[in-house]
Design a protein. Structure first.
Length: 107
């Protein structure tokens, strides 16, 4: 997921803030697959990945501990397995005032 930051008064186009799976994907450029969860934890476990637009992060090690798989054939395999963890964290800690208000509503 990605969201544009608030526009400033400058003429330059703002960058996109990446979080969740796109942010993880961008940070795994030097990882070769197939890989085990243990290998990923040892080499990239302390990698902090934002899971919402507010910049809240989770380490790859924490994400891997919540995934019930021990190996990944491809990077897409890892991203698919990690997606529910990022979505759950994003839902538990919504970004922005609107997201926080929505989380308080019973419907």
């Amino acid at each position: 997921m990605g969201v544009r930051p608030p526009a400033d008064d400058g003429l330059s186009e703002p960058d996109v803030i990446e979080f969740g799976i796109p942010a993880l994907d961008a940070r795994l450029e030097d990882v070769s697959f197939p890989a085990t969860a243990e290998e990923l934890r040892e080499t990239h476990g302390d990698l902090e990945v934002p899971y919402n637009a507010s910049g809240n992060t989770v380490s790859l090690g924490e994400v891997l501990s919540e995934i019930e798989r021990t190996s990944f054939e491809t990077e897409q395999d890892l991203l698919n397995a990690a997606h529910p963890i990022f979505e759950r964290r994003r839902a538990q800690n919504p970004s922005g005032i609107i997201g926080q208000l929505r989380s308080l509503m019973p419907f």
